[in-house]
Design a protein around this ligand. Structure first.
Ligand SMILES: [Zn+2]
Ligand SMILES: [Zn+2]
Length: 362
């Protein structure tokens, strides 16, 4: 058997020149780069050559008239179905009738975790815990208008509802962590089209969040300050990835974006806990969230998306002063495939610098 060897790799592949930092944006138009997250230590691939143009990297939300229709929507009038009475209601501004609700919170009819008897035990070598917790839905009106279209006042009422439910659930004995998240669109995993968020209060600290806590703690112990405060300071100097800023909040595409058009929203002042958000800051947070979603909605042409809050765990003994709460917004632009599942390395096809430039203008 005979083998033919290609003598030089550089004859075969085109190898681009190494960029200087000032050329970052130009360089990222044609090449890949591995970037390492400061907190998790994970690498991501920013592979802009794969997407060619940002528009081509974007997976448009598949319109499904059957999925989006109002008829038979279980959230237009939740109590007309077999849903429980609301736990919390926000009336429409100026509403006379009690059924004129703008937001209602109901227990999820199909909860992942529900209140019940608490136990801890072992099964062979395994630890087992009772699935005790709370699973609530935050439904807004109307059917076909959501956060990207809301006014700042309406978005503030959504955050106000999150905060109220957070306070109520944080006092429950079993609760160690409260996860607040929003799925919009089929590709983002929303089984019902009607805009709604979910609140899950659980008896353990989830692994992804725990890694974020541990990474922040390690940085704090080494450098003596909050990693998020340092990153916000660096981003405000660089001005390459910031998409929106007001008095107390900043929205940016992180340097190590896990997927194209990922946006994180931070309070500019150091604060470990979402529930400590004051009323004035709440309106700034609402504006930053609403503006971020409006921009994503415009640039990516009404995509499916997820967003969630990362905050400190519940309970005084679990207070993490080094942590810095924030919101993460992830438009659904790609699906995890073989490489991502096999390696845990995510590939983003649009550089965050490029995504930020587009979102800033929108
Ligand atoms: Zn509906
Ligand atoms: Zn901080």
């Amino acid at each position: 058997m005979e083998f033919v060897e290609i003598d030089l790799i550089s004859n075969f592949y085109k190898i681009p020149k190494r960029p200087s930092l000032g050329q970052l944006e130009i360089f990222m138009d044609s090449s890949s780069e591995l970037r390492r997250d400061l907190i998790s230590g994970d690498w991501v691939v920013i592979a802009t050559g794969r997407g060619k143009r940002p528009q081509r990297a974007v997976k448009k939300r598949a319109r499904d008239l059957e999925y989006e229709k109002t008829e038979g929507c279980p959230f237009d009038n939740p109590q007309s179905g077999s849903n429980a009475p609301p736990l919390f209601v926000v009336q429409k501004p100026g509403a006379q009738m009690s059924e004129d609700w703008f937001i209602q919170v109901i227990p999820n009819k199909y909860p992942a975790l529900a209140p019940g008897e608490e136990y801890d035990r072992t099964v062979g070598p395994f630890d087992v815990k009772s699935g005790v917790g709370f699973h609530e839905l935050v439904i807004t009106q109307p059917h076909d208008r959501g956060l990207p279209q809301f006014s700042i006042e309406e978005a503030s009422l959504v955050l106000h509802t999150y905060r109220s439910r957070y306070h109520a659930l944080a006092h429950e004995h079993s609760v160690r962590y409260i996860s607040i998240f929003h799925n919009f669109g089929k590709e983002a995993g929303a089984s019902i089209f009607h805009p709604h968020s979910q609140i899950l209060a659980i008896p353990v600290i989830p692994p992804d969040v725990n890694r974020s806590f541990q990474g922040s703690l390690k940085y704090f112990e080494e450098k003596g300050h909050c990693v998020h405060c340092d990153l916000i300071g660096w981003e405000r100097q660089q001005r390459l990835r910031v998409i929106f800023e007001n008095n107390s909040f900043i929205a940016l595409c992180p340097f190590v974006s896990r997927s194209a058009f990922e946006v994180r929203i931070f309070p500019k002042a150091h604060e470990p806990c979402f529930q400590e958000l004051g009323d004035r800051e709440l309106s700034d947070a609402a504006e930053a969230l609403k503006e971020t979603l409006r921009k994503i909605w415009a640039v990516l042409e009404e995509p499916s998306y997820n967003f969630f809050i990362h905050s400190s765990p519940c309970g005084k003994s679990l207070y993490f002063p080094h942590y810095h709460w924030h919101l993460e917004v992830l438009p659904k632009v790609s699906i995890w495939a073989g490489f991502e599942i096999a390696t845990g390395i995510e590939i983003s096809t649009v550089a965050p610098e490029e995504a930020a430039a587009m979102l800033r203008k929108a």
